[in-house]
Design a protein around this ligand. Sequence first.
Ligand code: NDP
Length: 445
Amino acid sequence: MSRSVEAFVEKVVARNPGEVEFHQAVYEVFDSIMPYVEKNPVYQKNKILERLVEPERTIIFRITWVNDKGEIQVNRGFRVQMNSAIGPYKGGFRFHPSVNLSIMKFLAFEQVFKNSLTTLPIGGGKGGTDFDPKGKSDNEVMRFCQAFMSELFRHIGPETDVPAGDIGVGGREIGFLFGQYKKLRNEFTGVLTGKGYGWGGSLVRPEATGYGLLYFVEEMLKTRKETLKGKIVAISGSGNVAQYAAEKAMRMGGKVVSFSDSNGSVYDPNGVDEKKLKFIKELKNIKRGRIKEYADKFNCQYLDGQHPWGIKCDVALPCATQNEVDGNEAKTLVKNGCVCVAEGANMPNNPDAIKVYLDAKILYGPGKAANAGGVAVSGLEMSQNSMLLSWPREEVDRRLNDIMKAIHSQCARYGKQGDFINYVAGANIGGFVKVADAMIAQGAI
Ligand code: NDP
């Protein structure tokens, strides 16, 4: 870490004690943009870095709801409205017991740069709660979502802040949240994305993060004159992102050999096919069961309590959660011949792991570039809502593909270091410039 980054991060740590994920995200971004900022003093003069680490607004609220036994439950809700320089705040809701202010701020901070990279006019935010949807009935989830929105509706809106899904928030939750917003406001607007098709949703939104990830991987491999055909792909997670990443990887000719959840991983050396993927979708989206059942059903190895990073693969796609790959696991991936790591999840590789990839000069695509397809199609959903029309599947998919290519070009433009593309630097600087220039243009606000 350079002296100036160290000094800056120290101040952030002192002002935001205990927010370790937020510190990590700030360090990762500023470490790569600092040389650019130092070459362009206008950013320092306008205190852009100091402004970027301070959310424009943070809302923390109580959620009270009643479970099926008639008992009162209390949870905590968050919405971090990080930066609106280039458009309304946009970023998902996470429903997971680990949610706290640090995780919300790290995700909102990352979202600012990611949204800027998409080429669309969207600012950055993130929200969520420590409510755990696991093991809850549909009615409990509905009552919780209604209670959550009963507070949040006054802070969001189609031109202010447009949330979407994230971990623990899929189509079911978006439906309940949208219904409550509509009831309270008495208006039908595009206040949330990830809505169902038929009531304002966009085709390809459920698939967008996973598909976009693979479009990005395709571009990365192209720089080395390679394709996904015949490559062995290790995926972690088994939720929305993992499922559609696997689907697209298979359709591009890759062989997907793993999935995971918070209990363990499955290793299927024969490769996942459409039938097995259908089983996972039903298991995770409808039955809400554990990934071990895949190993039992298809008679393959279950790695209890383990990540899939010990599996030999050409391409690794972490699609579960933050900090799920450490330095040792990254070394194992590289040693086993992995040539490309692209992040479906947000910040799944810790700083030691990232260093291993950069030192080994393998292709490494950070989440804010590689997984931006989800928010990009959310942006397209907002456009369709504003125009009161819906584009056909092919059109949305084509636009998604174009956006992922444009993100890749920005990474290459700002991250080229001789023959090597440093996608971390490329994504961070590319995302930063647009937001920073807009902030300067809008004055000291
Ligand atoms: P889902 O809730 O659909 O799936 C999450 C998956 O990750 C599940 O398999 C879950 O397992 C696993 N997981 C969650 N928390 C942990 C944990 N602490 N340890 C181990 N495994 C865990 O979420 P998504 O697929 O939507 O999101 C996955 C990642 O992708 C997140 O980092 C999210 O921020 C990121 N992302 C999502 C986007 C989207 O459009 N949905 C867009 C961009 C990024 P289990 O069932 O056991 O909890």
